[in-house]
Design a protein around this ligand. Structure first.
Ligand SMILES: C[S@@+](CC[C@H](N)C(=O)[O-])C[C@H]1O[C@@H](n2cnc3c(N)ncnc32)[C@H](O)[C@@H]1O
Length: 258
């Protein structure tokens, strides 16, 4: 499955992308975990931290991108990796932990998805999810502006990521009836990025990548340069060379009743 995800580009900002996964895992209860699923595992950046935390647990990474999974399998040959669509794939047996870092915002229908994932857990098991909550920031509004304002040979509108990420109280309402413990919070990371055009590079590795993958090379270049010009004025580079990218993320850890 070719999805427009480029592992090398995605991993450019490895440390910034890893930090929320650590912050999420830190709030997962310390109970015995013997099986865990990493939903939308990508290149497997969370594999090592999950393995360290639960050394005896079976790990299964699930993702829809062949490119990302190939990278995961080559970086972490001792993991188990499965090409599957998280919208429909469910574990055969109940698992102790479903972990998902920066992936479920690619799937819609969270009112049904979240309780369904809880039902895939063993009693006392946990669902741990982190998703970006930055849909209304210039990084994302600029993509929508360019799709609307300029002419493209491909209809890009169906490819635009929607905003399935709701406010925290929505997840509290959906998850509290099916959870014993529920912990929901947001964190804004003020990420100092170095380089000429780092915010465009960042978004290229996520929201922009699949969209540009649908355009021909000339159009893709044009989209990127228009995007970059607007983004550089929205996130100016400071004289010391740093560009600050504020990034808000929503976290939730829900534990299935015993
Ligand atoms: C931003 S990356 C996050 C990867 C990894 N969890 C991490 O923390 O680095 C999002 C991942 O979600 C995957 N993804 C998107 N839609 C998916 C779906 N329907 N089923 C499974 N994976 C999906 C993409 O292929 C991509 O690898």
């Amino acid at each position: 499955v070719t999805s427009g995800w480029d592992p090398d580009r995605y991993l450019l900002f490895h440390d910034h992308r890893l930090r929320p996964a650590h912050d999420l895992l830190a709030r997962v209860p310390d109970d015995d975990v013997s099986s865990m699923v990493d939903l939308g595992c990508g290149t497997g950046v969370a594999f090592a931290m999950l393995r360290t935390r639960y050394p005896r647990a079976e790990y299964l990474g699930v993702d829809l991108s062949t490119e990302m999974l190939e990278r995961a399998a080559s970086d972490h040959p001792d993991g188990e990796w499965l090409l599957a669509d998280a919208r429909v794939w469910r574990p055969h047996e109940p698992v102790d932990l479903i972990f998902s870092n920066a992936a479920l915002h690619w799937l819609g229908n969270h009112a049904e998805l979240m309780p369904e994932l809880i039902s895939c857990l063993a009693p006392g098991g946990s669902l741990a999810v982190q998703m970006p909550a930055n849909f209304y920031q210039p990084t994302h509004t600029t993509i929508r502006e360019l799709v609307d304002e300029l002419d493209w040979s491909v209809n890009l509108r169906p490819l635009l990521p929607g905003n399935p990420v709701h406010p925290a109280d929505f997840y509290h309402r959906v998850l509290s009836p099916v959870s014993q413990h529920l912990d929901i919070w947001t964190t804004t990371y003020h990420q100092p990025l170095a380089g000429e055009d780092p915010v465009t590079e960042w978004v290229y590795g996520t929201a922009l990548g699949p969209l540009l993958g649908a355009l021909n090379p000339a159009e893709s270049k044009r989209f990127r340069s228009e995007y970059s010009a607007r983004i550089r004025s929205a996130y100016p580079r400071r004289p010391d060379g740093i560009t600050l990218l504020p990034f808000t993320r929503l976290f939730m850890v829900a534990t299935r009743p015993l």
